[in-house]
Write a protein that binds this ligand. Structure first.
Ligand SMILES: Nc1ncnc2c1ncn2[C@@H]1O[C@H](COP(=O)(O)OP(=O)(O)OP(=O)(O)O)[C@@H](O)[C@H]1O
Length: 298
């Protein structure tokens, strides 16, 4: 399978709710068999991004799935997109199987085998014929994931899919995601469980205050060092960082950058060449992935 085929793209996505800017020029994309991990603090804008891709809210910018433009309320390609956003919408008076039947757009034998395969893979057999009113939080979550995987989607969007799942179920879900990815499905998954996300995601997109501040392979994020900088010539520094494709995050005073350790000297030369004076330049010690994430974005 050709892994370079683009499945979706988000370009300069911006949204506002009652004059409050929520998303600011977010851009990223996903190819066939790629899993994009969306990570960010509470309220950073992950769910809003997912809702925009699904055409559920108004936005400016451009979103394409399979080269077809997604607009608010006009999204013909979405029959090929599975999603779980926020609370799973489950009807208490229907059984799990009836939910799957309602949401299936396939017909006859194809629909039946799609439903049976998903029940099997997600290990839903013991409760799928019970009414959903008797389901625990985790069971509802599993059913909602099953609905998202119905209809042989090309793209699956999962907002916090591990919510409420036990250890075995998280393990099973991971296997299913990887299995589907190997069959060519693209995923966008948000999670606060970095160590879980790391096990499946290829690409890491970090969202901070409605902006995509980092978009790089997960492995690269793990490998690179974080350096902390302070300068009075911020604009000049940002220009240099952008021009040289050096990932950075910033707050009022501090700028964090990601570099290969071996590139430290080269970077300092670059700073010199651009006549930028640094007041501080130190390598941060990071214990693990979580610490690395916290030190980079805050
Ligand atoms: N319906 C709404 N009305 C007003 N503000 C909203 C609405 N929906 C979202 N927001 C605001 O948009 C911002 C982004 O919210 P969003 O739910 O996208 O964040 P998130 O990254 O998914 O957060 P979490 O990790 O807590 O789920 C927040 O500041 C939130 O308060």
């Amino acid at each position: 399978m050709d892994k370079e085929i683009e499945v979706f793209s988000v370009n300069n996505l911006s949204t506002q709710i009652r004059k409050k800017k929520i998303l600011k020029n977010v851009s990223f994309k996903g190819n066939t068999s790629q899993i994009i991990g969306l990570v960010g603090a509470n309220g950073s804008g992950k769910t809003t991004i997912m809702k925009s891709i699904l055409g559920l809210i108004k936005f400016s910018g451009e979103i394409e799935i399979s080269k077809i433009n997604i607009l608010f309320n006009n999204h013909p390609i979405l029959s090929r997109v599975g999603s779980l956003i926020e609370e799973p919408g489950i009807y208490p008076f229907l059984t799990g199987r009836e939910h799957l039947q309602c949401f299936s757009i396939l017909k006859g034998k194809e629909a039946q085998s799609d439903i049976n395969e998903i029940i099997d893979q997600l290990k839903l057999t013991t409760f799928i014929d019970e009414k959903a009113s008797s389901y625990s939080l985790g069971m509802k979550q599993k059913l909602a994931i099953a609905i998202a995987l119905l209809n042989k989607p090309i793209l699956v969007i999962l907002d916090e899919p591990m919510n409420g799942l036990d250890i075995q179920s998280i393990h099973d879900l991971r296997d299913i995601i990887i299995n589907k990815k190997n069959q060519g499905v693209t995923f966008v998954i948000s999670s606060h469980l970095l160590s879980e996300l790391e096990k499946v995601a290829d690409q890491l997109v970090i969202i901070k205050d409605g902006k995509s501040i980092l978009n790089l392979p997960f492995k690269t994020f793990k490998k690179k060092e974080i350096f902390c900088l302070i300068t009075d010539q911020k604009d000049k520094l940002f220009k240099t960082l952008k021009f040289n494709n050096i990932p950075y995050s910033k707050n009022e005073t501090i700028i964090n950058i990601l570099l290969d350790e071996s590139d430290e000297k080269q970077f300092l030369n670059l700073i010199k060449e651009n006549n930028i004076k640094l007041k501080k330049f130190i390598k941060k010690d990071t214990k693990d992935l979580e610490d690395r994430f916290l030190q980079f974005i805050y």
